[in-house]
Design a protein around this ligand. Structure first.
Ligand code: PMP
Length: 422
């Protein structure tokens, strides 16, 4: 593919033409949610206009057409992460995917599921290992699972530079470890974590691996089966796709061993008043009416990303991130979080402005039409680790330009002078 031309791509994202507070919109909040190209908006609208119908039911023509489009979408999204269609479960997003896994393992732990489910069951004293840099979505479901099962939660610490301490991981991950859950890329630090090493450590002790791919799937080429991870989640809305839909990838044998989380229609074979038999994956995990329109929009999103090329996206965003970091390091009073040397990154930086609250900094940027995220970004423990409660995060995507970064840097230079901080 040709190198990425963000100016040409911007024409595909109508919202980028908006004015905000009298300025052109500089959207640097794609790690929270990405903007959506016309191709995605059109795909959902075309489906709803011409083929809308409930899938996997009904004998009528539209139902069959909708089912084909829905299953084509599954194949497209599965293929985007290197997987087979049966390995891709539709969820409402990454949070739901992680909760699905944690609740399903909880069900296995009380003896529910097929005989194969026993291998996933947790008993008191078993250990769940996660990291100190997780988004709350990959932390609290494990806290809850530990509380329900008597398992013990342990955390791989991060070093001051934001990298995970693999030596500590090698000690923490022991024969008592049953689950290792970690993020591929932190939504605060932007560092690509050594996930192959974590998976290898987990595999040595037979633990199940769960990866949060929210912040990697939009930015890096992924081959989840090749990586060897057991389960992984991502959200369409961060991948230029719609809200309300996401993917849970699973290794076939792991998905087959996992009992259901939500139950009801669309996930059963036979039902009596007293019991039910469940469909195999992925339908076993898709109780209720499926998110057909969003899934079709999601497929259009991954086709869009593929057409631009994930290598191109990664290179472009890496260039923007490097420019951001160079500029930010030169501004007095700015402390970058996770400014580790020699690591692979995606295009986001979080930083603290000495003497200015993140929310005030964010407001000043907003007055110039620059959209960034402020707060703890759903990673409060990580902020505590750095002795702060909030930071400013700028996150780039394929449609951001060097001009976006330069306008942002110029505005950041003005923050401390504006608030009269020396
Ligand atoms: N994990 C990470 C790393 C994230 O950045 C996010 C979104 N901020 C989530 C999980 C949760 O994703 P969602 O809100 O789409 O469920």
């Amino acid at each position: 593919a040709a190198p990425l031309d963000p100016v040409a791509l911007r024409a595909d994202f109508p919202i980028l033409g908006e004015q905000v507070n009298g300025h052109r919109l500089v959207y640097l909040d794609s790690a929270a949610t990405s903007q959506k190209p016309t191709a995605v908006l059109d795909a959902e609208r075309a489906f709803l206009t011409h083929a809308n119908s409930a899938v996997h039911r009904g004998a009528h023509t539209l139902a069959a057409e909708a089912t084909d489009l829905f299953e084509d979408a599954r194949a497209a999204v599965a293929g985007f992460v290197g997987a087979a269609p049966q390995q891709l479960v539709w969820t409402s997003g990454a949070t739901m995917g992680l909760n699905l896994v944690a609740y399903a393992i909880g069900n296995a732990s009380v003896g529910r599921g097929a005989p194969a489910s026993a291998r996933l069951a947790l008993a008191p004293g078993d250990e769940i290992v996660t990291t100190a840099i997780e988004h709350h979505a990959n932390l609290i479901p494990w806290q809850e699972l530990a509380a329900r099962t008597g398992a013990v939660l342990r955390h791989i610490p991060a070093r001051d530079d934001g990298t995970l301490d693999l030596d500590a991981a090698a000690t923490l991950i022991s024969p008592r470890t049953r689950i290792v859950a970690f993020t591929h890329v932190s939504n605060v630090l932007g560092i690509v974590n050594p996930v192959a090493e974590l998976i290898a450590l987990a595999q040595q002790v037979g633990a199940v691996t769960v990866m949060d791919a929210c912040q990697s799937a939009p930015h890096l080429p992924l081959d989840l089966p090749g990586l060897g991870v057991d389960l992984a989640v991502f959200s369409a809305h961060k991948m230029v796709g719609p809200y309300g839909v996401g993917g849970l990838y699973g290794r076939t044998d792991v998905l087959e061993a996992l009992p259901p989380f939500l139950t009801g229609g669309s996930m059963i074979t036979t039902v009596t008043l007293d019991s039910a038999e469940y469909l195999p994956p992925p339908q076993r995990f898709e109780a209720g009416t499926q998110p057909v329109g969003p899934a079709i929009g999601f497929a259009a999103a991954v086709r869009y990303l593929d057409a631009v090329g994930l290598e191109n996206i990664h290179a472009h965003e890496g260039m923007l991130a490097a420019r951001m970091a160079e500029g930010l390091r030169d501004i007095p009073g700015i402390r970058l979080l996770g400014d580790a040397a020699g690591v692979e990154r995606v295009g986001l930086w979080s930083f603290d402005v000495d003497g200015v609250h993140a929310h005030d900094a964010g407001q000043l940027l907003d007055a110039r039409g620059i959209a960034v995220r402020v707060g703890h970004h759903c990673a409060a423990p990580l902020h505590s680790r750095y002795g702060i409660t909030a930071s400013v995060r700028a996150s780039a995507a394929l449609y951001n330009t060097v001009d976006d970064v330069d306008e942002f840097l110029d505005a950041v230079r003005g923050i401390r002078p504006y608030f009269g901080v020396e």
